[in-house]
Design a protein around this ligand. Sequence first.
Ligand SMILES: C[S@@+](CC[C@H](N)C(=O)[O-])C[C@H]1O[C@@H](n2cnc3c(N)ncnc32)[C@H](O)[C@@H]1O
Length: 456
Amino acid sequence: MLPPLFLERMQALLGAEYPAFAQAMQSHAEAGLRVNPAKIAPQDFVSRAPWPLEPVPWCAYGFHLPPDARPGRHPWHAAGLYYLQEPSAMAVAEALAPRPGERILDLAAAPGGKSTHIAALLGGTGLLIANEIHPQRARVLAENLERWGVTNAAITNETPDRLAAHFGAYFDAVLVDAPCSGEGMFRKSENARQDWSPATVQACASRQDAILRQAARMVRPGGRLVYSTCTFAPEEDEGTLARFLETHPDFEVLPLPQKAGFAPGLPDAVSGAPVSLKGCIRLWPHRLRGEGHFVAVLRRVDGAETPLPPPAKPRLPREVQRYLQAWQAAALHGTPLEGSLHLAGRRVYALPLGFPDLSGLRVLHPGLWVAEVRKNRIQPAHALALALKPEDALRTVHLPAQSDAVLAYLRGESLPLPGEAGWVLVCVDEFPLGWGKRSGKQLKNHYPRGLRRPFR
Ligand SMILES: C[S@@+](CC[C@H](N)C(=O)[O-])C[C@H]1O[C@@H](n2cnc3c(N)ncnc32)[C@H](O)[C@@H]1O
């Protein structure tokens, strides 16, 4: 049941539109998926997918799913071919519109919906720092970016103020997909409905003020600050931005294109809000096929340049270099690992060129996790398997999506597989899923233990 006080507030906000809104709130939540263009072209995916898919008009990679589809249980999901995301949430990275080569910070990134989308739009260029304050959620973020096969991202587990002190005005774009009262998720989440109260709205608004203040410090002059929530509460949308703009005259609102179904921001719902906030977008469930969302893009018009963090100084001891070269020669064609290799503890990472130094920050992964050093040998990382193409590997096995063998692999079982001994890149159809190591007539399973589960 929807909180009665919430409905009263919506009636006051929406006036004549309220009956359509109230009706939409009674129907099912919209489900969607976003295709990973680094792995498969959207049209190819549509023609092969086992579910009927309808395009999301505001996202070239986005598709509506029927409510009874179970795409999280398909082996293609484990191969990172798509991310499950409701359609309105896809408007955020589209509004941020990453340009090739940009440096982007996703400040509140877990579980990774916007980060995977930003990575897709960057197309492997530039860099993405995906940050999440809560350690457990940061691990989920890392898992999702790993599955996506991202090669140009670092994952941090930091507070906004510590990041701002480290980076200064470093980024071309900073996204604050803020923690909010979640009214736009009421159709999807019983918890969101139960946790809601006017006091939550107020508490979220003041937390958003604090996060935005730190986010602003990290936007380079001329750069963008993107703010989004999944709530309808004006206190957390136009209100948060009005309070921010009052104290940050160096930022202006960049009007967003009002695509079909989008609605403008509602500055009149907040006292003293500038009319420029009409340039934000509101996504309402009674106006389009999606949940509730709010998106705004601000530009930092001027402001001081600040000292930036120095570039990272990758370090790979000779001995580890030798192990890695030996492993590469025995498992891969050529040298598909790009970037500078760096040893952090026992893990080897590929850092994209020009990556900043992250010393002093809590970092889960400073780049693409390539391998782990074990005694005198190399164990390839799962993240590497998902970032490779089948043609990069010397030995591959292609298990059809409908086969029992692929399900057995995802459950962690060994597979009968005669052939040459060595590391094998296991693929579902033509998409890498993980590693196996063949000896005798068996393929020993190296799919990570934490990911193993029955898939159907
Ligand atoms: C709306 S969710 C982000 C969703 C994510 N961007 C996505 O698309 O998958 C907001 C995130 O903000 C984080 N958060 C909570 N308090 C925070 C704070 N004080 N500073 C920064 N992030 C915070 C939450 O842990 C949560 O992961």
